[in-house]
Design a protein around this ligand. Structure first.
Ligand code: GAL
Length: 385
């Protein structure tokens, strides 16, 4: 026995070490086994790999949450064409998908939309840009529709891309990319807006369609869906109605936050009001979050102060918005999802998830939490129809 004890102890220490290494610790289960969200920490999937879903969004469908995001892997480089503004990149890999029923434990479903390496002209060629994929479900067509920002490496194409699938786990079929609302003036265009001029990107692009970079999609209670996107050289955001099948813009749109240079939009609705959280335009560098609210989705949108409170509030806790998730069965519980970008090693970027608080007037606040828990019994809410 004398000899056995140290041997056994060593053995069990080894077993413990193996168990620790294999368990999805970081992120999301605390030492006592109670799951927690740990913003900014590494977050592993149920196979023990880092969750790789950046600039992402979550779809709730039939009791399951699907987290879609940019799969970022390989070396981060700074192409010459983006040197002036620090636009580092990795090759386009595709869109990843993870499934969960509790928002803590995520199972990888792999890539649901893949790069197309053998065709340099394809939007999905590794040399291109695919960012901020968001998926919504069309009840009429029984189809999952993915919207994403598609671009060339120098970000000059500025297009919206669409892919569809009958299964939330993919594979998604890529339909192509375009500039929204070609040939149509926005509903709120003034006579001044319609005058061509060297600084008028709106007028310049009316014929061919408006520029679309950072984007998101939002489905309203009546089933109508809308695309929010940074347009006009990122100076002004647009909100466009989608067609009933959600595959295209419908030719009805307004300009919002004119000249405010906002990107990374995340849109949600609470107690009949629309809210938008976004960022300023400083590439991968964090900046102060923008917050706005509206009674009608096309506006008027009213800006409110930065919702972040406390240390690093002026930098959105060193992150950039990507999505706001309404949590099931809790009318007033919304989770703010953001990316803490690692500009020089993009695959090492982290996720910041924080609960949104609302004051008596319904104004959202975001406070930093080292770690936090979802309300018990998180179940399904109509996050996105
Ligand atoms: C950010 C944008 C990201 C990505 C990045 C490139 O401002 O939100 O989605 O485009 O710039 O530097």
């Amino acid at each position: 026995m004398k000899f056995l004890r140290p041997k056994l102890a060593r053995h069990s220490r080894l077993l413990l070490a193996i168990a620790f290494a294999l368990s999805p610790i970081s992120g999301h289960a605390s030492g006592n086994g109670i799951p927690e969200i740990v913003p900014g920490e590494t977050w592993h999937d149920t196979d023990g790999h880092f969750i790789n879903a950046h600039g992402g969004g979550i779809l709730f469908h039939n009791g399951v949450y699907y987290w879609y995001g940019e799969a970022k892997s390989g070396h981060t480089v700074l192409p010459d064409c983006n040197k002036s503004w620090g636009g580092t990149r990795v090759d386009l890999t595709g869109v990843s998908c993870y499934c969960s029923t509790n928002l803590y434990d995520w199972k990888s479903e792999g890539l649901v939309l893949r790069a197309v390496p053998d065709d340099p002209e394809n939007d999905l060629h590794p040399s291109r840009v695919l960012e901020r994929p968001k998926v919504i479900y069309n009840h009429t067509e029984k189809e999952f529709v993915m919207w994403m920002h598609i671009d060339s490496a120098d970000y000059s194409k500025a297009r919206a891309g669409v892919a569809v699938s009958t299964n939330p786990k993919g594979p998604f079929q890529y339909l192509g990319s375009f500039r929204p609302d070609a040939g149509v003036w926005p509903e709120n265009a003034t006579s001044e807006d319609r005058k061509a001029g060297s600084t008028n990107a709106l007028a310049r692009d009316v014929q061919g369609g408006q520029m679309a970079r950072d984007l998101t999609v939002f489905v309203d209670d009546d089933g109508k869906a809308y695309l929010f996107y940074a347009s006009e050289e990122n100076a002004t955001m647009h909100v466009s109605l989608l067609t009933d099948d959600y595959r295209h813009t419908a030719g009805k749109y307004t300009r919002i936050f004119i000249g405010r240079s906002m990107e990374a939009p995340a849109v949600f609705k609470r107690a009949g009001k629309y809210y938008l959280i976004a960022s300023g335009c400083t590439a991968w560098e964090p900046n102060a979050a923008r917050l706005a609210t509206a009674d009608s989705i096309f506006g008027t949108w009213h800006e409110l102060p930065n919702p972040c409170v406390g240390d690093n509030a002026d930098k959105t806790f060193l992150s950039q918005s990507t999505f706001v998730l309404p949590v099931a069965g809790r009318e007033n519980f919304f989770v703010f999802l953001a990316d803490r970008w690692n500009q020089w090693d993009l695959p090492q970027s982290r996720y910041i998830w924080l609960p949104l608080e609302f004051d008596a007037k319904g104004v959202p606040k975001l406070r930093w939490h080292q770690k936090w828990q979802l309300p018990p019994g998180v179940a399904a809410l109509q996050a996105h129809r």
